[in-house]
Design a protein around this ligand. Structure first.
Ligand code: AMP
Length: 279
C-alpha cells in the first residue's frame, strides 16, 4: 500500500489503473479507524479492483466550539490496519491541497441538511459536501462507500452525487457495533469507563422504540416516552421517527422508517439510528 501525500502522486497511480480498465472504489474517512471503517473497506474490495482510502480531518464540517483541535489522530495505527486489509492506496492530503482557495465556500445543502444534525450543527453538512465534492474531483472513483451510521450524511452525499457526479455510484454499509450494541465511532475514545457502560442504552432505546412503533404506538407517544427515559442518562439533542427516504414525517406512502437520534453523554455527542421496512 502506498501512502500518497500529494494529488499528483495519487492521480498518477489512479490514472495507470484506470488505463488498464480497473475500477476504483473510494472510502473517505477522518481517520481514527475502527471496524466500522474497515467494513466499508471490505465492501470496496469486494466491488472494485482497486481501493483508495483517504484520511483527512475536514475543518469545514466542524463548528466553532466543536472538537476539530482534539479530533483523534491515530495515523500510524490507521496505516497498519489498512496495510493488513491490503488496500491499494491511502491519501492523506494537506488542508491546502483540499482547499487551495481557502476554507470559505458558498455550498449550501438544501432542506435535508438543515434538520436533525444540521439544525444542531449549522453548516456541518455544507462542510461535508464541500470536502466530498473536492475529494470526488481529485479521486474520480467509480464508486464511493459511506456508512449508514451517519445516515443523514449518507442521504446528503447521495443527493449531491446524483446532481454533480452521476457517474459515481454511492454505496453504503450497515452500522458496525460493539458487542454491547454501541455504534462504533472514533469519538467513543472520548468516553470515560463509566460513560462506556451507559452509552449502549442509546441503542437499546432505539430497539425498544422500533418495537413500540411496530406495536402501533403513536409516534408522538413513543418519542416522548423514549426522550424521558434517555434524559436520565443523556442530554437528548433529537430523537425522531421519520420516513427514511425523505427524513420527513411518515405518510401513507412511507415504505422505510428511520429512527434517528443524537445525544450528549457528558461532553461527547453520540449519534445512532436504525432503519427498517414499515411492514
Ligand atoms: P468518519 O471517519 O467518522 O468521517 O467516517 C468515515 C466513514 O465511516 C463514514 O462513511 C461513516 O459513516 C463510516 N462509519 C463510521 N462509523 C461507522 C460504523 N460504526 N459502522 C459503519 N460505518 C461507519
Amino acid at each position: 500500500m502506498k501512502t500518497h501525500t500529494t494529488i499528483q502522486s495519487l492521480q498518477s497511480a489512479i490514472d495507470s489503473w484506470r488505463s488498464q480498465g480497473q475500477r476504483i472504489a473510494f472510502v473517505p474517512t477522518m481517520g481514527g479507524l475502527h471496524d466500522g471503517h474497515l467494513s466499508l473497506v471490505a465492501l470496496a474490495k469486494q466491488k472494485a479492483d482497486k481501493v483508495i482510502v483517504s484520511v483527512f480531518v475536514n475543518p469545514t464540517q466542524f463548528g466553532e466550539n466543536e472538537d476539530f483541535d482534539q479530533y483523534p489522530n491515530t495515523l500510524e495505527q490507521d496505516i497498519a490496519l489498512l496495510e493488513q486489509h491490503q488496500i491499494d492506496g491511502l491519501y492523506t492530503p494537506s488542508i491546502e491541497q483540499i482547499y487551495p482557495q481557502g476554507l470559505d465556500s458558498d455550498i449550501k445543502v438544501g432542506e435535508v441538511g438543515d434538520i436533525l444534525c444540521g439544525a444542531s450543527r449549522p453548516g456541518h453538512f455544507d462542510g461535508v459536501v464541500q470536502v466530498v465534492r473536492r475529494l470526488f474531483e481529485i479521486v474520480k472513483p467509480n464508486m464511493a462507500i459511506f456508512g449508514q451510521k451517519d445516515y443523514q450524511q449518507l442521504l446528503v452525499i447521495a443527493q449531491m452525487a446524483a446532481q454533480y457526479f452521476p457517474e459515481i455510484e454511492v454505496l453504503s454499509q450497515p452500522t458496525i457495533r460493539e458487542q454491547d450494541g454501541l455504534a462504533m465511532s472514533t469519538r467513543n475514545q472520548y468516553l470515560s469507563i463509566d460513560e462506556k457502560k451507559i452509552a449502549p442504552r442509546l441503542y437499546q432505546a432505539l430497539l425498544q422504540t422500533k418495537q413500540d412503533y411496530l406495536d402501533n404506538t403513536p409516534v408522538e407517544v413513543l418519542t416522548n416516552r423514549v426522550k424521558n427515559t434517555l434524559s436520565k442518562d443523556f442530554k437528548v439533542d433529537y430523537f425522531e421517527v421519520l420516513d427514511a427516504n425523505t427524513l420527513k414525517q411518515i405518510t401513507d406512502n412511507t415504505s422505510k422508517i428511520a429512527i434517528l437520534c443524537a445525544v450528549f453523554l457528558g461532553s461527547t455527542r453520540l449519534i445512532d439510528n436504525i432503519i427498517f421496512n414499515k411492514g
